[in-house]
Ligand binder design. Structure first.
Ligand SMILES: C[S+](C)CC[C@H](N)C(=O)O
Ligand SMILES: N[C@@H](CCS)C(=O)O
Ligand SMILES: [Zn+2]
Length: 323
């Protein structure tokens, strides 16, 4: 019942937006633009320790740009990651909770401000708690390979995700955003966990893709979507942090494989070098191209559209104007 009410909130937002809501853009990218040093095993989540005020500022910038959904700073925030930094379990859990609080505070402050302006065109945004893949935690680029090795079982992945999920859910986000999932095993672990934990918050699960056809593991999306299609917890499925030129084909593919809403928020087209920990120049798309792409993606049926790494508030502004 609670799950249905919360899903209705998202459904209403999509309706208010005319059928397609705008997700924010590269969170880590905007932190870096403001000078944050994130070459760190915790990547963007290091800012939860070092500069929480900057996190709030970045959320505000995406809201001002027109994001209807803001994704929290918890992508690479994990309890084992914080523990290996010398933090206690209590401190680690409180940072996870803080990631949701910062986004909720930004959303509430922004909404209070714009509500006073007559004729504004904003919607009250929703907060999606980011849950990065196991590969993101490994910080070795394996969210783009999907190869976790033979020792990584379904149970191990569930154990990895369980406590963080509980803490994030407890913090009260509107949605859960599983990001850069690279294989079927992890997608299945996430779905089973949502059921086992009786989570009453709708979720989306986004995969990466490095060839525009399959998940990074080489598994077909037909296989990967199979456990998701059966789950009431999953509101939307899609792709994040893959190059934008793959998205049209992938939406067409997903539309044949699922009745779930489709969510897409690609990166700029640059490619992440997991060893060197830097973005390699590649075919890279700017705001004007994103604007054109977004119309196409909406027309193909995507209900949630935004940007991921190397996109900025100006990208989101272009998408928002367009949609
Ligand atoms: C989406 S990738 C660019 C995030 C960073 C990666 N997990 C790492 O730590 O190297
Ligand atoms: N939402 C994440 C990126 C996922 S690839 C972040 O920017 O921290
Ligand atoms: Zn990304």
């Amino acid at each position: 019942m609670v799950l249905e009410k919360k899903s209705a909130l998202l459904e209403d937002l999509i309706k208010k937006c005319g059928g397609c809501a705008v997700v924010d853009g590269g969170f880590a990218t905007q932190l870096e633009i403001h000078g944050a040093a994130i070459n760190d095993p915790l990547w963007s989540a290091v800012s939860l320790i070092k500069n929480p005020e900057l996190i709030k500022r970045v959320h505000m910038e995406y809201l001002e740009a027109g994001a209807d959904i803001v994704v929290t700073s918890s992508y690479q925030a994990t309890i084992p990651g914080f523990l290996s930094r010398g933090l206690s379990i209590e401190e680690s859990e409180s940072l996870l909770q803080k990631s949701v609080e910062l986004a909720v505070e930004a959303r509430d402050r922004f909404w209070e401000k714009v509500s006073k302006v007559s004729g504004h065109s904003y919607n009250r945004a929703l907060v999606a708690a980011s849950i990065g893949s196991y590969g993101a935690y490994l910080a070795d680029g394996s969210e783009y390979s999907g190869h976790y090795g033979e020792n990584v079982s379904l149970d191990k992945l569930k154990d990895f995700h369980r406590r963080r999920l509980q803490v994030l859910v407890e913090a009260g986000p509107d949605l859960l955003a599983f990001e850069t999932i690279p294989n079927k095993l992890e997608a299945q672990a996430c779905v089973e966990l949502l059921e086992e934990e009786k989570v009453q918050i709708p979720a989306w699960i986004c995969f990466t893709s490095v060839d525009g056809e399959k998940a990074p593991s080489g598994e077909s999306f037909e296989e990967c979507l199979e456990p998701l299609n059966k789950s009431n917890n999953i509101y939307a499925v899609g792709i994040n942090c893959a190059p934008p030129q793959f998205i049209e084909n992938l939406i067409r593919k997903f539309a044949k494989l699922t009745k779930k809403a489709i969510v897409v928020y690609p990166n700029s087209g640059e490619v992440w070098d997991g060893k060197a920990k830097q973005w390699l120049p590649s075919q890279c798309f700017g705001d004007d191209e994103f604007e054109m792409f977004a119309t196409k993606w909406r027309d193909l049926g995507a209900k949630l559209i935004g940007g991921c790494c190397r996109t900025t508030p100006s990208t989101i502004n272009a998408i928002s104007r367009d949609l």
